[in-house]
Design a binder for this molecule. Structure first.
Ligand SMILES: [Zn+2]
Length: 243
């Protein structure tokens, strides 16, 4: 989207999550705000868009799970947009869309409405978990990584690198569970044979579960080295089997 060449007043036809700018389109709600945020310029408009996202982005649940809503200022009254709205038909091959026809007098007004409507419809700009750059996120799309080439990679995208990292974390967690299960079987056999009392077993099991969860938490850390990983597994094995 070429913001520099847009002329105002700007006519934008919106129908559901699609829209057209003059003769161009269809675009999807949220695309313009995403591109504007991604281009990196630090303007007043950018700050306003970020505030809108902070204030109402939690509506995009579950993608912003954990977003703290309590105590936030749910009021953007000082950001009011003044624009004309009418209704019309947008002809397409074989028919027409019934549209809301907005006339915006500034880029800021257009982007503010575009982002607000995107949030209402479940779309939004997201920041890539790996490279931190903004990318367009559509409703029901669960990805947390963008599809640009990842930092330090020749070809692989953040999405590919990120998916691999998530997969590896899952394997590591499973390995921690394996160590725990193996030890559990061993001590449970002792309980069955009567070489361990019920109380001893319960004490062991409580401690073992806590150690397992601690190890899994440690494995969750970003960029964990092979050496540290081996240490975590070694320590878990040792602590679970020392009685
Ligand atoms: Zn990325």
């Amino acid at each position: 989207m070429d913001f520099a060449s847009m002329t105002f007043p700007l006519t934008v036809d919106i129908s559901g999550v699609q829209y057209w700018i003059g003769d161009e389109g269809p675009y999807k709600l949220g695309m313009a705000a995403t591109e504007f945020l991604a281009d990196g310029s630090d303007t007043e408009t950018r700050k306003e868009l970020e505030e809108l996202l902070r204030t109402f982005g939690f509506l995009l649940s579950p993608f912003t799970d954990g977003y703290v809503a309590a105590g936030k200022r749910f009021d953007l009254s000082d950001h009011t947009v003044g624009c004309a709205v009418n209704y019309g038909y947008r002809p397409i091959s074989g028919g027409a869309y019934f549209v809301e026809r907005y006339t915006f007098t500034s880029l800021r007004d257009f982007l503010f409405v575009e982002l607000g409507k995107a949030i209402l419809n479940g779309n939004a700009p997201r920041q890539c978990r790996l490279c931190g750059r903004w990318f367009f996120h559509e409703k029901s799309d669960r990805t947390i990584y963008c599809d640009r080439v990842a930092p330090g990679e020749a070809e692989r995208t953040c999405r590919e690198v990120g998916a691999r990292a998530l997969f590896e974390k899952k394997i590591q967690n499973e390995d921690a569970w394996k160590i725990y299960k193996r030890a559990y079987k061993k001590y449970y056999a002792r309980l069955m044979k009567g070489t361990m009392t019920q109380e001893e077993f319960k004490a062991w099991a409580d401690e073992a579960a806590a150690e397992r969860d601690k190890a899994i938490r440690q494995l969750q850390r970003e960029n964990i080295s092979e050496v540290l990983m081996a240490e975590i597994f070694g320590e878990l094995r040792e602590r679970l089997n020392r009685k």
